[in-house]
Ligand binder design. Sequence first.
Ligand SMILES: Cc1ncc(C[n+]2csc(CCOP(=O)(O)OP(=O)(O)O)c2C)c(N)n1
Ligand SMILES: [Mg+2]
Length: 761
Amino acid sequence: MPVTEAVGWPANMEACHSGGIDLSRKPHEVPMTTPADLDQHFIQTVGGLPGGPARPDGAAPVRPGSSLTGDTLLAIFDAQAQSRHLDYAARWMQQQGRGFYTISSAGHEGNAAVAAALRPSDPALLHYRSGAFYCARAQQVTGVDPVVGVLLGVAASADEPIAGGRHKVIGSAELSVIPTTSTIASHLPRGVGLALGIGRAVKLKVDCRWPRDAVTVVSFGDASVNHSTAVGAINAACYTAYQGIPVPLLLVCEDNGIGISVPTPRGWVAATYRDRPGLEYLAADGCDPVAAYDAAVTAAATARMKRRPVFLHLSMVRFLGHAGSDAESAYRSSAELAADLDRDPLVATAATAVESGLLTPGEAVARYVAIGGLVHEAAEQALGSRPLDSAAEVMAALAPRHPDRVAERFRRAPSWGQEPASPEPVTLAQAVNLALAELMSVEPGMCVFGEDVGRKGGVYGVTKGLQRRFGPARVFDTLLDEQSILGLALGGGLAGLLPVPEIQYLAYLHNAADQIRGEAATQQFFSSGQFRNPMVVRVAGLAYQKGFGGHFHNDNAVGALRDIPGLVLACPSRPDDAAAMLRTCVAAAAVDGSVCVFLEPIALYHTRDLHNDGDGGWLAPYPRPDAHVPLGRARTYGEGRDLTIVTFGNGLRMSLRVGRRLAIRGIGARVVDLRWLAPLPAEDVLHEARATGRVLIVDETRRTGGVAEGIVTALVDAGYRGTIARVTSEDSFVPLGQAADAVLLDEPTIEKTAVDLVQAG
Ligand SMILES: Cc1ncc(C[n+]2csc(CCOP(=O)(O)OP(=O)(O)O)c2C)c(N)n1
Ligand SMILES: [Mg+2]
């Protein structure tokens, strides 16, 4: 009987490598290591070991000088064997037509020792090959079955406990394992943010789901350490620790020497991280359970006691190729594959158990086979599990909204309902400043941070005085790295804070956009709402700054934000709306974990007048303390019956000025300020559009991918049958100096198009 049948798997497992096509046995090719090879190798090697000494006390160390006890070694072995069989199962399920994920943890099972060295309350953000870590952690908490959970994930089942089948992630709320995305290294900034955020939440006496002495653990591969996101995050951890600020973070590099097919230069990871300021570095053979465990214990203790970041570098091997479809024989020699097989961590753990007399060779094999049988049973059940079957179910966790609870928050906030913060009319910048102060005084976990926001009070003075009033623990300058700023927000939100990071200019959001697109916006989606990262990202942006030019300070492109599912994109134009909308965003973040981007038009920050110098028409009274703007509700100015102008941001001011000139020409226009660019206030726009039957969209962003595209589509989709025209800026970057006027939308264009539209009938 083939050995694979002995553990409950069909003998043709090797055919799984390309979704059922047997790539593994072409005579002219170097043979690949298949599940059957691994399985056979384990059984034959371990089965053939000489027996060990008499059975020792399970509480005794398995080797002199080590802290790894026999009991813990056996627990590690069980987790490793579970993980290995889960890898086989994933391929078998793919063959059965109900497996959608085959990236395996085989060869990386040494990471079980890292879990064994940590506490189950240490939050973990894991590499996709950290399956054995996950199985080992599940042993530390009652009631979580890692096998069933992982297999339901492989089957993309709606019953999968963390992502609800939306992706195969490693995660569990009970196990403090926060799902990560497939974008390698993108979880590292969040990890740094979480390590810092837990301490900050404790300091601010905010509810935090993790204990004050928790160590945040983040694992990743050797190729991933080169990604700018990893480089930036590790740099941010070092930069912070270098200043003496506690960063209890364990960075685990699972180094198998290769990234898909590209070898990592020998010694590169060690040479890069061995001597970084602020960072402790430890290396061990991740295939040897004793060495891996002892190093992990030291690393965890250092991170916990010294509250410093530690880089634990574990050397590993990779079996079964990169993923199920990867024919690694194309780029690896048979000698390399054989050398890896000799280092099989599962064999090493079994051998250690046998050497130390904990198991006989036969018992070790039987234990492995028995675990395989249980995993196979669970895999068979997973085949029949319920798939996700509707868009509603898929999207249920995307971005929960409870407008009633958001509104209720305004009624209950203790200092609200009294006098407004300013008796005088204010500018937009002043309104944001006052609203930040007001919100910080009622939200103890709210923190404002970014480049220059602390001592300087922001490039435009919007955060002036906040640090003095609320202290450097809540208002602080960060290092110059947008990925890390957003990472602080991602981790801080998880830790229970209410982060309000600032991105200095819209153009500088784009080099860190994945931290919003791929990380922040997906957290609830991939955890069925069990983890959330509330945040309000303030971004100074849009164009029309007088005398301060160029694209990078006048970026008018919002396409990268408009299509992010669930994201709230606010763009206040008037000072009173700015304060009220900021309140809404902060409340939505607190109530629903919403991810909000608050886009502040720089050119309007200090604008005072509307039509004439000195008219004060762009100032506004600071709004009553209980005033807020419901998400997705527009604001209409005027009741003109000839034309509806739909606009936002700088476009509102231009449109109101044009509207007055149109009135003189006998054209009655009403002007709708969208206020929210996502979700768009489609119903309000439709209502106002129908009131006149003529719509002119005034959109200062680019013609392609700009806001107007969404408005036109929303109107058409809603069955609006009137006239629609749009004016936008050019599909260009914004040049320096007066040339900017040549590509940006201007009032004469708005006015001419409006007149033409009305005169056309
Ligand atoms: C940002 C990003 N670029 C590319 C990929 C595709 N990709 C997935 S895994 C991988 C290699 C990662 O290698 P390593 O970090 O060494 O991890 P390993 O798979 O070897 O454990 C690549 C390029 C990705 N997932 N994310
Ligand atoms: Mg690798």
